[in-house]
Ligand binder design. Structure first.
Ligand code: HEC
Ligand code: HEC
Length: 287
């Protein structure tokens, strides 16, 4: 039988049995609270935005982690992602390029980046395009600092994205999806629901219709991005949003898109909008 003819859950079960190994259903544990350093209160569960059809409630990926992994994100001393943040702070203050400028020369203290992460990605008028946090960072490097662009998913870039995210921790995600951002949002939505690969799975097959289930040794979340960059225990480094998307698409045995490319830009806006109302957690800690 063709997998796509089945009910989504059965379809996932079938596909997963074929290729991934599906485990016992489980619900995200309710009641656990994420308070970082005993002071930053996170919203890890709230009502879904009205424009999201498939979910009533949106839930941070943190809720789907084991108690041990959850604990690593509750104190910056235990969160290895903070090492990347520290090294980005050095980069922030590093004077370089022909004009001998650092990020701080123009932006001052990095606290000036407060709130920036909550609205990314956003439409950039001048470029007439949708820009992610990474695009803003690289634009400042190449056009204002006159130094080389960082690799889109490279360590320096992801660390800097984490440093900037930290300034917004505890603030709700609030990306705009209307006006000039609307066509990007529509394109992202289409990608989110498109079934791809041999397994004919979409992002929604796993993260909308099947969250709460166990897949391989993992517990399926809603695939939210409010926690990015995410420190993954699996590869012991900070991981950016497009790197994560790439891994997920590859797992469905589909051709993946290029990190930093137009498809993942649109997808990032759509996925970010599904988390509007959840608080910025970056850097989070995940498996
Ligand atoms: C020569 C001055 C200059 C330097 C150096 C510079 N920037 Fe910028 N940056 C700007 C200006 C001007 C803007 C646009 C301001 C605005 O629109 O609010 C901007 C915008 C940004 C934004 C988007 C902010 C927003 O609210 O949309 C980010 C993020 C950013 N810069 C990060 C960096 C980082 C990281 C570095 C160092 C690698 C850096 N910048 C270096 C001048 C600079
Ligand atoms: C076969 C099932 C499957 C599909 C299809 C899938 N993912 Fe995932 N995804 C996972 C698993 C498993 C994880 C790790 C556990 C978790 O957080 O759900 C994950 C994690 C994520 C995360 C990290 C969440 C966090 O809080 O750290 C994001 C973001 C994500 N996926 C986005 C996507 C997007 C976008 C698509 C579509 C392009 C997609 N995924 C397709 C299985 C899938």
């Amino acid at each position: 039988m063709k997998i796509s003819k089945l009910h989504p859950i059965m379809q996932l079960a079938t596909a997963a049995t074929l290729a991934l190994g599906l485990g016992v259903a489980a619900q995200a544990e309710e009641g656990a609270k994420l308070i970082v350093n005993g002071e930053i209160e996170m919203v890890t569960r709230t009502a879904a935005p009205a424009y999201i059809d498939g979910l009533d409630e949106i839930i941070s990926g943190w809720e789907f982690r084991s108690t041990e992994t959850q604990a690593l994100q509750m104190d910056d001393f235990d969160n290895s992602g903070m090492l990347g943040v520290d090294s980005a702070l050095e980069a922030w203050n590093k004077v370089q390029g022909p004009e001998q400028k650092s990020c701080a020369t123009c932006h001052g203290d990095v606290e000036s980046m407060k709130g920036v992460r909550t609205v990314m990605p956003k439409f950039n008028e001048e470029a007439n395009d949708l820009w992610t946090l990474e695009d803003y960072i690289n634009n400042c490097r190449t056009e204002r600092q006159n130094v080389e662009a960082w690799g889109y998913t490279g360590g320096s870039m992801t660390n800097m994205a984490a440093l900037i995210a930290v300034q917004s921790r505890g603030m709700p995600m609030n990306v705009a999806i209307d006006g000039p951002a609307a066509p990007f949002w529509e394109a992202g939505k289409e990608l989110y629901y498109a079934r791809t690969g041999v397994l004919e799975l979409s992002c929604a097959s796993c993260h909308e219709q099947s969250y709460g289930l166990h897949i391989r040794a993992d517990h399926l979340s809603q695939g939210q991005i409010n926690g990015f960059p995410a420190y993954r225990l699996k590869n012991a480094k900070l991981n950016g949003i497009h790197a994560r998307f790439k891994g997920c698409v590859r797992d469905t045995k589909a051709e993946t898109y290029k990190p930093g490319g137009p498809e993942f830009h649109a997808l990032e806006l759509y996925v970010a909008s599904r988390g509007n109302g959840l608080t910025v957690e970056g850097p989070s800690v995940r498996n």
